[in-house]
Design a protein around this ligand. Structure first.
Ligand SMILES: [Fe+2]
Ligand SMILES: [Fe+2]
Length: 161
């Protein structure tokens, strides 16, 4: 049990470290007047904020997993379908840009477009795996509820039994 607490505490410290690092990056971004440099520093800073909240979610997951109800899971799964299509469209759009001579001939622009393409492919893959990797393992089914009620009844003794 205390090993779980240690792990959760470690995740929370990492979350704090990522938040602190995000602030440092913001500081660096504010020193430049170049919009592209600012945007890139900001992008890394936002990713650090993202890691901070993922670390916090990990701490919560190992310590006290909040299960997802069937209703919630179905609603999310339904909406995720739409988001997967959005991400696929973004990938196609960026792939088109990477064939554009005006982009290819500009190394900085090409770098940024490739960077976004990598992100969008990652978003697409993430959403495609969300159901299998997160929703299913965290699903709280009605039969689990009855199983719990039954176990509880055995533990405390049913009336008259
Ligand atoms: Fe990070
Ligand atoms: Fe995206």
């Amino acid at each position: 049990m205390s090993e779980i607490k240690d792990l959760a505490a470690y995740f929370r410290r990492e979350a704090e470290r990522e938040r602190e690092y995000a602030r440092l990056l913001e500081g660096t971004a504010s020193k430049s007047h170049n919009l592209m440099l600012k945007a890139l520093m900001k992008a890394v800073s936002l990713d650090s904020m993202k890691h901070a909240s993922l670390y916090e979610a990990l701490a919560d997951l190992v310590e006290n997993p909040r299960l997802v109800t069937e209703e919630e899971s179905e609603e999310v799964a339904r909406e995720v379908e739409r988001h997967i299509r959005e991400e696929a469209e973004a990938v196609e759009e960026l792939e088109r840009l990477l064939k554009d001579e005006r982009i290819i001939s500009n190394p900085a622009a090409k770098f940024i477009v490739e960077l976004m393409l990598r992100d969008e492919r990652f978003h697409h893959a993430l959403l495609k795996r969300l159901e299998e990797a997160v929703l299913k393992p965290l699903l709280f089914k009605e039969e689990d509820y009855w199983e719990m009620v039954w176990r509880d009844a055995v533990w405390h003794g049913t009336p008259g039994g």
